[in-house]
Design a protein around this ligand. Structure first.
Ligand code: SF4
Ligand code: SF4
Ligand code: SF4
Ligand code: FES
Length: 954
């Protein structure tokens, strides 16, 4: 095997046991936990037993018979992968007889194998090849004349990997990977004996089966049978680096396997604590956008958005942006400009943007897209528990007995965590789902939720309060825990409040749509079913009462004693890869790094001393306030790094008007996204493959992002922010993001122990990481809450202003799909489009029939904010009265419909509740026609830049 690609494989999974057994293998004494296989014990003793069907990410299967050993006092030759080590055993892994048996096994495999090793894509990285070498096979007695599979057809339907049945040794690893690791159960071995073959679904091509293209089977396959197409095209990689996925908040570790500066494949990292060697279709395969032809790699400027773009040097672009910002501030005042930094950026980049705004712009007008997703989490958990973050590791779910999923769709949004959760559910943990839709996890192979509380969108607070009512009035409180750890006064007030008859499941049934009996039963299960863990997502936060629901969730967890140990907790499933991090490092207008308010003089003094400037003590503008101020004429300049506010923020037309009103918009991005079409300066961004830094996932885990190729446009994003700051007269001169992290650590108590060196040493680290927790904090609030006593907060339900009426009788709610990611700027530029090439409107059959809508019809969706047109999918996943769409394609205009209602505490938009009417139509909406026109004009203005350049070149 190619040396650099080797990963240690212990053959069978690690067993945990307090009991240990000592045995002898090939004369070596070895002590292992009880239950460990002989194969794994041998590896511990430094001995590799030949194997093909075993790998340590999967339970042993015992089919290949290559790992046979001899055990004193036992008859025959047991398979070492399926035989547990016992005290006092004497095992031999090598003997002439074993050698003969193994050779015989290999001979049978090889006699039905193409033996085109020299031209095989796995050449140098094939376990069958390795085993032929290890067993000393020198010739094969059987010819290829008999029946064989050498002419089997390849299945090339999946865009990312092939299935070449002629190379299959029927080891079952792929089938087990799909079941045990991924939990999709898409593969079976069909046929018997010689006829047995791997088959997706009912003998369908991969693309027509249940397969979700996670790649677990490809990873598990020991031969070239399941092989990445990129490896077939490019050949085996020659070096690799560990980095972190830049899509979702799971934060999977990957090994970027490279040839020169070209990625050959992304292999999920076995030692990545967030994913333990698993992946989803996005991180595993959807990285082609990084080298897509649409990338813009030269800086551009223009005076007006109706002008063609001018390609300029970095110096010119930066000088122009700086002079515009200075001009605007001179004319409209210090507070007339601001910055937005995406939570897709690294911690170090986010930190620099907020520093630029506070120190160089001289105001606090900085915000991040966490505003529009998890800002209520930050607020709600800080109020109740004392820290704006989830309480657990992902691994903790392995100890949960009851899992409550609320307003999250993990199989689409957080797939690798979903696989982990599903594994625990298959082991017997009970599931409660609170969601308006019948999402996949409600019922999937070997999983069935005990309770699906299919609430009406917008009634989360009434639901959490009714659950609390049941817990309190049925005497299910964890009284000793509350007495010891929570604040008495707030608890008593909360208890009195939730006990009121108007908060009972029966009284709120008509509001929530959840049958009272189910509500009560779910509350009982959560309170009494053992370790109970809550996982929630944007279906909780993106509401006018998002912060109230978060606090309601924390109340439930405290009231039942479910915070402060493994298997329990309150766990926000963060959307973007670095939502947690961008909040931690001070991207909000009211907080300096470490969630410290800008009005805190002591904290401000520390930053003023370190940064050599005077800081403002008043919070700056939030994103929606920036838009309003732009329309009012007081906010005229914006630096926007990595965020596509036009597509992702609600009420698109309002956002577009705000941008049109501004005098200088600087967009730093990979592509000319929707926001860049309103920009005056375009600064090319860098992908996660082109820079160093860190991301912090939903577990508070800080992991390294490592540069595997040089920036396509010369600079990494953090360097561009430095250039702008320097041009504005505020010097920044970091040589490497490591220095930025050192500054964050020096100024932020919860990060004081964090360093690149520590991350290198541990693989990743979960904050708080400081003198009290030098190696980080996997579980929070263990002995007491961060705020001291846990605080209960009253959760009074207030119906959203967004009401259904005769004119707008349905509620629209929005979300994501597995294969696309948010605004789709990256995933739309990959083959992931083969799974989802347009956003569609899901509608219940009854609502569809009432309107004469059938599957695939074009339908107009009209709200108080605007209207758009999508194709319909008639689906029983919906409840009557509720429709649903994704928002991955700009032309869909999902956010043309969403309103500017927002969370009372944080302004997080109410994406999940929009009253709409849906009707069949025959043509695009007016907004869509205008979108197409504007898009065409902007494409031409970009095209003209190319023309100007080529003229100059001549
Ligand atoms: S790619 Fe994933 S879902 Fe598809 S068959 Fe393989 S393991 Fe199963
Ligand atoms: S496809 Fe690969 S993993 Fe699956 S049975 Fe065949 S050789 Fe084994
Ligand atoms: S689960 Fe999230 S972090 Fe992991 S590979 Fe998929 S997109 Fe990337
Ligand atoms: S590795 Fe043990 S039987 Fe295949």
């Amino acid at each position: 095997m190619l040396e650099h690609l080797k990963v240690s494989d212990f053959g069978t999974p690690r067993r945990e046991s307090e009991q240990e057994v000592t045995l002898e293998i090939d004369g070596n004494q070895v002590t292992v936990p009880k239950g460990t296989s002989l194969m794994r014990a041998a590896v511990d003793a430094g001995i590799q037993v030949p194997k093909l069907c075993a790998t340590d990410s999967l339970e042993p299967f015992g089919s290949c018979r290559l790992c046979l050993v001899e055990v004193d006092g036992r008859k025959g030759y047991p398979a070492s992968c399926t035989t547990p080590a016992e005290a006092g055993m004497k095992v031999r892994t090598q003997s002439p007889k074993l050698q003969e048996l193994r050779k015989g096994v290999m001979e049978l495999y090889i006699s039905d194998h193409p033996l085109d090793c020299l031209t095989c894509s796995a050449n140098g990285n094939c376990e069958l090849q390795d085993m032929a070498g290890v067993t000393g096979l020198r010739n094969v007695r059987y010819g290829f004349d008999g029946a064989n599979h050498l002419k089997s057809e390849k299945d090339e339907s999946n865009p990312y990997f092939t299935y070449d049945a002629s190379k299959c040794i029927v080891c079952n690893r792929c089938v087990r990977a799909c079941e045990e690791t991924q939990g999709t159960f898409a593969l079976t071995i069909s046929g018997r004996g010689f006829e047995s073959r791997v088959s997706p679904g009912m003998d369908e091509p991969f693309m027509e089966s249940e397969c979700v293209s996670c790649g677990a089977c490809v990873e598990a396959c020991p031969t070239a049978t399941l092989q990445e197409k990129s490896v077939i095209w490019l050949g085996q990689p020659e070096h690799s680096k560990i980095t972190t996925c830049a899509y979702c908040g799971v934060g999977c570790g990957f090994k970027a396997e490279m040839k020169g500066n070209e990625v050959v494949r992304m292999v999920p990292w076995k030692d990545g604590a967030a994913n333990e060697g698993h992946s989803c279709v996005k991180g595993r395969f959807a990285w082609g956008y990084a080298t897509h032809q649409d990338r813009i790699t030269t800086p551009m400027i223009r005076k007006k958005i109706t002008d063609p773009w001018q390609a300029v040097s970095w110096e010119e672009a930066i000088a122009y942006a700086a002079s515009e910002f200075k001009r605007i501030q001179a004319k409209y005042g210090r507070d007339s400009i601001g910055g937005i930094v995406s939570s897709r950026c690294t911690n170090e980049e986010g930190y620099l943007v907020q520093k630029l705004v506070r120190a160089a712009f001289g105001n606090n007008n900085v915000d991040t897209c966490a505003r529009v997703c998890h800002s209520p989490t930050g607020y709600g958990l800080k109020q109740t528990l004392g820290e704006s973050a989830g309480t657990q590791t992902f691994k903790s779910v392995e100890k949960a007995d009851v899992i409550l999923v609320m307003g999250a769709n993990p199989t689409d949004g957080h797939p690798v965590f979903a696989s982990r959760m599903k594994k625990r559910l298959r082991e017997g943990a009970k599931l409660i789902v609170i969601d308006p839709r019948k999402i996949d996890i409600v019922k999937s192979p070997h999983i069935q939720a005990e309770y699906h509380l299919q609430l009406r969108p917008g009634t989360n607070v009434a639901v959490v309060t009714a659950l609390a009512h049941t817990i309190v009035t049925e005497g299910l409180l964890a009284e000793p825990y509350i007495a010891e750890r929570c604040d008495d006064k707030s608890f008593n007030e909360w208890r009195e409040f939730v006990s009121r008859p108007e908060n009972s499941p029966e009284a709120t049934e008509t509001t929530t749509g959840v049958p009272a009996a189910d509500m009560r039963a779910a509350a009982r299960l959560y309170a009494t079913g053992g370790n109970a863990a809550i996982y929630y997502g944007l279906g909780v936060t993106e509401h006018s009462q998002g912060s109230t629901t978060v606090m309601g969730i924390a109340n439930l967890a405290m009231a039942t004693g479910n915070v402060g140990r493994e298997g329990v907790g309150v766990n926000p499933l963060r959307g973007q890869n670095n939502v947690q991090g961008s909040c931690d490092i001070g991207s909000f207008p009211h907080e300096l790094p470490g969630y410290r308010h800008v009005s805190d003089t002591t904290v401000r003094n520390e930053f003023e001393a370190a940064w050599g400037v005077t800081l403002q003590s008043e919070p700056g503008l939030r994103i929606p306030n920036m838009f309003d101020a732009a329309i009012d004429g007081s906010f005229m300049g914006l630096y926007c790094e990595g965020e596509d506010i036009v597509q992702s923020d609600p009420d698109t037309q309002h956002v577009a008007h705000a941008l049109e009103a501004m005098e200088c918009i600087v967009v730093q991005d990979l592509f000319l996204n929707e926001t860049a079409k309103y920009a005056h300066v375009f600064l090319p961004g860098s992908s996660f493959l082109e820079k160093d830094g860190t991301f912090t996932n939903a577990e508070r885990r800080i992991s390294r992002v490592r540069k595997v190729m040089p920036p396509k446009a010369q600079y990494a994003d953090w360097e561009v922010t430095m250039l702008l700051s320097n041009a504005l007269g505020y010097p920044m001169n970091y040589k490497h993001p490591e220095e930025i992290m050192a500054e964050i650590a020096a100024l932020t108590p919860t990060f004081s122990g964090v360093s690149y060196q520590l991350i290198e040493q541990l693989g990743s680290v979960q904050w708080p990481c400081n003198a009290a927790a030098p190696n980080g904090t996997p579980t929070m609030h263990i002995d007491k809450f961060v705020r001291g006593k846990g605080k209960f907060i009253i959760t009074q339900y207030v119906a959203s202003d967004e009401k259904v009426t005769r004119k707008f009788p349905l509620i629209l709610t929005t979300g994501r799909i597995l294969s696309q990611y948010n605004v789709g700027a990256q995933t739309r530029r990959t083959d992931n489009n083969q799974w989802h090439s347009e956003d569609r409107l899901e509608i219940h059959p009854v609502d569809a029939e009432d309107r004469g809508i059938t599957d695939g019809d074009w339908v107009g969706i009209q709200s108080r904010a605007g209207d758009t047109v999508l194709r319909a999918v008639v689906s029983e996943r919906m409840q009557p009265g509720v429709v649903y769409t994704t928002f991955h394609f700009p032309e869909s205009g999902a956010n043309v419909i969403t309103t500017d209602n927002s969370d009372w505490a944080t302004n997080c938009p109410e994406y999940k509740v929009t009253a709409v009417q849906v009707m069949p139509v025959t043509q695009p909406s007016e907004w869509q026609r205008e979108f197409s026109r504007f898009d065409k004009v902007q494409a031409e203005l970009l095209e003209q830049r190319h023309a100007a350049e080529s003229v100059v070149g001549k």
